[in-house]
Design a binder for this molecule. Structure first.
Ligand SMILES: [Zn+2]
Length: 83
């Protein structure tokens, strides 16, 4: 049961929209369904959410640089895990 590249990519793309509440009901459902079945995306989602929330708490003003660095690291791990 290998994760489908396209599907995972669309999930990753939709995550920020999802956390900002900009995703419709059915897209949200599809996203959650994918996360439920795909441990790679689920782990990515958890890390993403953590970064997103800490960014939220800190007003995000002096974070963009760190945020990018953390996210690229997370993304690198995510890509690395896809084998
Ligand atoms: Zn996935």
């Amino acid at each position: 049961m290998a994760p489908k590249e396209d599907c995972c990519h669309s999930v990753v793309d939709a995550l920020s929209d999802h956390l900002e509440g900009r995703v419709g009901f059915w897209d949200r459902l599809r996203l959650k369904f994918h996360l439920f079945r795909c441990p790679i995306c689920m782990r990515y989602f958890r890390q993403f959410k953590k970064v997103y929330q800490s960014c939220d708490q800190m007003n995000c003003e002096d974070l963009p640089e760190d945020f990018d660095r953390i996210m690229s690291k997370v993304l690198g791990q995510w890509k690395g895990n896809k084998g």
